[in-house]
Write a protein that binds this ligand. Structure first.
Ligand code: NAD
Length: 490
């Protein structure tokens, strides 16, 4: 069943410059397959020492003539080469992700790997289009020529989570490189393997040593060393809201630039005129895809009273037909959640939901005995004041709440400390635009969900984050704007 022969993850090593190194302490962390609990690999457990070496390597690369004077067209070609290299290894990367994270391989091949490939291809275009402006200054009339230039921020500390390891790493690295920055990347200790393999493929593609360094290990050691390092200019973080807040507080010490992509509790809103043939399967997949471990998962169903029963029955039917199993089986749609800690946390939330008065509808009871599987679950009749309505569960659990009017739907959608995404199902064009404008979220999908595109800035309102990744905003956040003002008289 399992065949790791084609996988080449550098065992127990980290990338600093062009060298694959072990932790100087010799310590490693075990990598577990969530489908069966087997330990199938080890990663290096880095420390502040390796972070310091990696930052020095990134600084040297940033200041090197090879990187700092690389022509934008050549940087563009390099990013295109990286895209090509990842694409050529798509199958291998998808399989590796499936072992490491548990997600179905065919879905990683359809979503995770192309998302990573496409951001390198998209950002290749930006290398040649980072412009300043000519400024019409008013002081002393026309005796000054003033303009802005966009310069790379410098050395980036990038920190990524375990739910979409490869795309999250690629979004940061591709955007930072397009802007001319260099990177020290710390992947989640739970899922470091595809990031390490991506780094190896990037060296093969011709990325100069030191432009990307990868230090593996725990958040409280490697992550902490990165966010407190005085020679890191910016932290680009994706992960939970509590850790994001800690990073923001810590960055105040030296005013590091910080961008944060954090948690969510995104609504799927179904209006009375919605096309239910589309809305029902979409609402199901918006929460159950990736076993609910998606930051912008549609985890709160807000459904008009008149169609509520039909929608709940429909979502249950869709979920019932989603095969649950290990990620290498071709038919699997729902893999395990990432580890036991997450499984326990999700099951605890299902219990809390029931205690708070919701009806728990388990849509599929055929779950494997071994491994960390959780059946897709609907919590019906959830009160907006309950914990399960307000807290991020991060598993295949949908809360369902009724509304009667458009205003009530908007108020419920906005009743959250998060504001990452929202899915709206509505046929009335005017109502759709009204609601898209009124919902406080970084992205509103209308009659669609999960459409991510490297051209569309992505990020959160409120406690879902600060800043936007990808798109023009995503590349410019790795630059500093400098004004140059020159007298035209000597
Ligand atoms: P997490 O916050 O526990 O960990 C994320 C990363 O931060 C890991 O690499 C971890 O090692 C590191 N970390 C932990 N403590 C740290 C510290 N003190 N200093 C520096 N780094 C530290 O999050 P997770 O459990 O890996 O991921 C799930 C969370 O990520 C969910 O809340 C999800 O919504 C969020 N997420 C958000 C987005 C987005 O784009 N908004 C995308 C994916 C995931």
């Amino acid at each position: 069943m399992y065949n790791l022969d084609n996988i080449k993850a550098p065992a127990g090593k980290m990338l600093i410059g062009s060298s694959w190194v072990s932790a100087q302490s010799g310590e490693t962390l075990a990598v577990e397959n969530p489908a069966n609990g087997d330990i199938f690999a080890q990663i290096a457990s880095g420390s502040a020492l390796e972070v310091d070496l990696a930052v020095k390597s990134a600084r040297a690369a940033f200041e090197s003539i090879e990187w700092s004077r690389m022509r934008p067209l050549d940087r563009s070609r390099l990013l295109e080469q990286v895209a090509l290299k990842l694409e050529q290894h798509a199958d291998e990367l998808a399989l590796l992700e499936s072992y490491d994270n548990g997600k179905p391989k065919h879905l990683a091949l359809m979503v995770d790997v192309p998302t990573a490939v496409e951001v390198f291809r998209y950002m290749a275009g930006w290398c040649t289009k980072i412009y300043g402006k000519t400024l019409p200054v008013s002081g002393d009339g026309s005796r000054y020529h003033a303009y802005t230039i966009r310069q790379p921020v410098g050395v980036i500390g990038a920190i990524t989570p375990w739910n979409y390891p490869l795309p999250m790493a690629a979004w940061k690295v591709a955007s930072a490189m397009a802007a001319g920055c260099t990177v020290v990347l710390k992947p989640s200790e739970i899922t470091s393997l595809t990031t390490l393999r991506m780094a190896e493929l990037m060296l093969d593609a011709g990325v100069p040593p030191g432009v990307l360094n990868v230090v593996t290990g725990k958040g409280e050691t490697v992550g902490e060393a990165l966010i407190t390092h005085l020679d890191v200019n910016k932290i680009a973080f994706t992960g939970s809201t509590p850790v994001g807040k800690h990073i923001l507080r810590t960055s105040a010490n030296d005013l590091k630039r910080v961008s944060l992509e954090l948690g969510g509790k995104s609504p799927t809103i179904i209006m009375p005129d919605a096309n239910l043939e589309k809305a029902i399967p979409d609402a199901a997949m918006a929460i159950f895809f990736n076993s609910g471990q998606t930051c912008f998962a549609g985890s709160r169903l807000l459904c008009h009273d008149s169609v509520y029963d039909e929608v709940i029955a429909g979502i249950k039917e869709v979920a019932k037909n989603l095969p649950i199993g290990h990620g290498q089986a071709a038919e699997t749609m729902i893999g395990p959640v990432v580890n036991k800690k997450q499984k326990d946390r999700i099951e605890n939330y299902i219990r809390i939901g029931q205690e708070e008065g919701a009806e728990a509808i388990s849509a599929n009871s055929k779950i494997p005995e071994q491994g960390y599987f959780v059946a897709p679950t609907i919590l019906s009749g959830v009160s907006p004041d309950s914990r399960v309505f307000n807290e991020e569960i991060f598993g295949p659990v949908l809360t369902a709440t009724k509304f009667k009017t458009e205003d009530e739907a908007i108020a419920l959608a906005n009743q959250s400390c998060f504001g990452l995404g929202a899915n709206l199902y509505c046929r009335d064009g005017q109502a759709s635009h009204r609601m898209a404008s009124a919902i406080n979220a970084g992205t509103v999908w209308v009659n669609s969900y999960f459409v991510l595109d490297p051209a569309m800035p992505f990020g959160g309102f409120k406690q879902s984050g600060i800043g936007r990744e990808v798109g023009e905003d995503g590349v410019l956040m790795f630059t500093e704007s400098k004004s140059v003002c020159m007298s035209l008289e000597s």
